[in-house]
Ligand binder design. Sequence first.
Ligand SMILES: [Zn+2]
Ligand SMILES: [Zn+2]
Length: 445
Amino acid sequence: MKIAPVAVAFLSLATPLFGQQTPQSLAESELPSLLTTYKDLHTNPELSTHEQRTAAIVAKGLKAAGCEVTENFGKYPSPSMKCYGVVGVMKNGAGPTVLVRTDLDALPVEEETGLPYASKVVTKNDEGKEVHVMHACGHDIHMSVFLGTAQALAKMKDQWHGTILFIGQPAEETVGGARAMLEDGLYTKFPKPDFALGVHDDAEVAAGKVGLTEGYACANVDSVNVTVRGIGGHGAYPHKTKDPVVLAAEIINAWQTIASRENNPVDPIVVTVGDIHGGTKRNIVSNEVRMELTVRTYKSDVRDRVLAAIERIAKGCAMAAGIPKELEPIVEVQKDQFTPAMYNNPELTKRIAAVFQKTFGADNVETRPATMGGEDFSEFSLPDHSIPALQFSLGAVAPDKVMESRKTGRPLPSLHSSKFAPVPEPTIKTGVIAMTDAVLELMKK
Ligand SMILES: [Zn+2]
Ligand SMILES: [Zn+2]
């Protein structure tokens, strides 16, 4: 891919009327305060579902931009858990409703960037274990872009009409924050959006650039627990046992044939057994083996088929091994942990791509590959994708580092890495211009 210098070529492309404010001029003037906010958020990260301080900063910024703000919005399945969702409504007459979302949470990672504003936060996680905390996914970048966008749009009310729903969403990394806000009535207590926009920083793209993926961009994520049961006994007398370890091994291999033999190869799927536990000692055949799977798909009919195949194969292998019916494997799909696939509406993606190309120049707009990762921004699009949604990506890496990595093939620190150190400038400024431009495109007068 051609790498263009991070020239501020886009500045010269803007042709404002005399005295009229532009996303560029506003991003520029807000930048010093956004960088201060960014560094504060980066130094003080909070774990998923514990975003109290972070949410307060986001709420304060939205209020300063003139939004009507609702805090602590969202309902988790467990009534004892407080949800730190933030909703800011910016009204500007009749017109379309557009949702703009940022996530709030950080990760249990010990920061190793060596940055002067690196996080040194240590806290206890929900299991009571001491963990370090870091914004290793760049959600602090998203919040800075989000607040800059709110400030810019507040000052450009002469150029758009309608209602903007600014969403500060907790618990993206653990999944559940977006759903908690929808469960609490986000689309009934507030105007239902005509479009939803999100942004995610990209650890492989140069700062100053943006990226787009049309169609499926992230996968359906299912968590499945499987318990394979056998009949334990002495390791020296296998004929008197039904060994669940051997059976589990067979099942794992057979599951891989779902992708290779049962599935249309143009529909990607992943079945990964990430965790397996069975047995206590080398000479004992155990009674059971427990496995935890992550299952990734795009289309919902493919998802249904893969989940059914996992159960059918587990039970079929057990039958072939002579396991009695009452001890057949237990297959549990963890419905509360499901994340739907993220689908970037093709029409919306093309429309915003054209805007970005005009603003930043075609060389600074990259097509990014889809992944089988998960992202619960998809929830705001609803299960049938009936609300057209787009999450674009924002280059966050020093351009010379991207160039070197593409030349040498040496990978850059990825998202979630303890060494991921996005460059705040020009990442945040580019993000504010891009998000403001995208909203203006959908709401222009
Ligand atoms: Zn992440
Ligand atoms: Zn993230």
